[in-house]
Structures are given as C-alpha cells and as structure tokens.
Design a protein around this ligand. Structure first.
Ligand code: ADP
Ligand code: MG
Length: 258
C-alpha cells in the first residue's frame, strides 16, 4: 500500500535556510551551455520533482549538487554551507548527499549486505557490527533483507535499485537525489521502487527526483520544476504545474507525456 504525504507540509519555514540552494549556476560542456542561471531552493523535508525533455540539463544539475560536475559560476550551498572545491571538506559535504542513478551500479563482486556496509565502514569508520546492523535494518526497510547474502546479479532490477537506495541511505544523508531511478527497470518493477521513495518522502527525507513518473510526481512532490534547454522555466505545486502550466514548452511536454 502506497502512503501519501501531505503536500507542502514540510516546506521551508520562516527564517530557516534551505537545505539545498543553487544560485545563478552556470555550466558549459565546451561550447554547449547546459545550465543557464539556475536558481533553486529546496527546504528541509521537501520533495522536489524535476521534469523536462531529454537533454535539458536535469542530470547535470543533479550532478553539480554533489559535485560530480563542477560549475562555471554561481554558488551551491548544502545546509547553508558553500560546496567546497575539493579535499576533505568536499568529501564530508558530499556524504550528506545520497545519489541514486538510473543504472544501479552495485559492486558486482560484493554481497548485497556488503554493498550497503562498505561506505559506512570505509568513509564513516563505523565498526563492522554496527554497520551490519544498520545494513540489515535498511535492507528490511526497502524489503530485500532476505537477499542480504546474495550477489547483485541474483536479484531483479527492482530489487537491485532498492539496494542502491539502501546503500545511499547507509551514509545517513541529509538529502537524496534520484536521477531517473526507474527508467532502466522493467515496467512491473517500477512501482516497488516508487513505493520505497514515497515511504522515504513520508518519513520526511528531503528529496530531489528527476523522473518521468507523473503519478509519483503528483502524489509525492511538494514542488515540480520544469527544465528545458538548460533553464528552469516553471516551478510550482503539482496542481499548478499539471493543471495550469504557464509556458508553451511545458504544455507541449505534458501533452506528449501524459
Ligand atoms: P537530461 O538529464 O535533462 O537529459 P543532461 O544533463 O544529461 O540532460 O544533458 C544536458 C546536455 O549536456 C545534453 O545536451 C548532453 O548531451 C550534454 N552533456 C551531458 N553530459 C555531458 C558531458 N559529460 N560532456 C559533454 N556534454 C554533455
Ligand atoms: Mg538525465
């Protein structure tokens, strides 16, 4: 059973700073201008869904937030702190941001449990027993605890993606980024992954999700951002965006996808 979440209940209150803040972010790949004056605030507990046509810069924007991509100018703050350029500070701040990709990228030669415990032990210096307990808790939370000692190749795509979510959660991130987490899955496995995401949202996790799953967006998002050609063209609640898109680009996009 999918739990719904009261929309908009957890938005940034009063003077509290946003958990993620992008300000005038610009990014080129060579001559290609991929992010154009991106301004975005995501409050604590907010679920932001990012939609837009292929090539509009959605993945690049996500990747700048945990510094998998550098930016040309502008600023990115995580929980009020400027994203450092490099070194230990960057590693620490990056650990605050969990990321789940289209391709689950589990370590093929590690068990499911090891996939989840590796980073807490190596990066957070958690002791093995504590990491195993945490790992089993997280695997239970995403419904794959019975697979703990199997290898990734023995699991279905949906199960592997749920493990990837557990692995990201093991670092106790403040924010979770999802970049089309269900796009590589067989259709019958999409819902089991979306359900995990909806539960996470209802538990108050701050999330940025790039997805084409409009049912999920309606149900789970506090806000929707529509990107096209490297720009944010619209930001609004799901009702505003789906029922009253303001731009022709968004109307055109929605007519193709809905
Ligand atoms: P989206 O996720 O919305 O489909 P992307 O952020 O992946 O868009 O890509 C935005 C644009 O940047 C596209 O034109 C893409 O081809 C280009 N691009 C993405 N990554 C790279 C890269 N590493 N080098 C060069 N161009 C890239
Ligand atoms: Mg993408």
């Amino acid at each position: 059973m999918i739990r719904t979440r009261p929309n908009g209940s957890n938005n940034v209150a009063g003077n509290e700073h946003p958990l993620v803040e992008l300000s005038h972010v610009e990014k080129h790949f060579g001559k290609l201008h991929v992010l154009k004056d991106i301004n975005l605030k995501v409050g604590k507990g907010e679920v932001l869904v990012v939609v837009g046509p292929s090539g509009s810069g959605k993945s690049t924007m996500c990747r700048t937030i945990n510094r998998l991509e550098t930016i040309d100018s502008g600023t990115i703050r995580i929980d009020g702190q400027l994203l450092p350029q490099e070194g230990k500070d960057l590693a620490n701040l990056r650990a605050e941001v969990g990321m789940v990709f289209q391709q689950f990228n589990l370590f093929a030669n590690k068990t499911i449990l090891e996939n989840v415990t590796l980073a807490p032990v190596k990066v957070r210096h958690m002791d093995k027993k504590e990491a195993n307990d945490l790992g089993m808790d997280l695997l239970a939370r995403v419904g794959v605890e019975l697979q703990a000692n199997k290898m990734p190749s023995q699991l279905s795509g949906g199960q592997q993606q749920r493990v990837a979510i557990a692995r990201a959660l093991a670092m106790k991130p403040k924010i979770m980024l999802f970049d089309e987490p269900t796009s590589a899955l067989d259709p019958e496995m999409v819902n089991e992954v979306l359900e995990v995401m909806i539960n996470l949202a209802s538990e108050g996790m701050t999330m940025i999700c790039v997805t084409h799953e409009m049912g999920f967006a309606r149900k789970a998002a506090d806000n929707i951002v529509f990107m096209a050609d490297g720009r944010i063209l619209e930001k609004g609640t799901p009702d505003e965006f789906f029922d009253h898109p303001k731009t022709d680009r968004a109307r055109d996009f929605l007519s193709k996808i809905l």
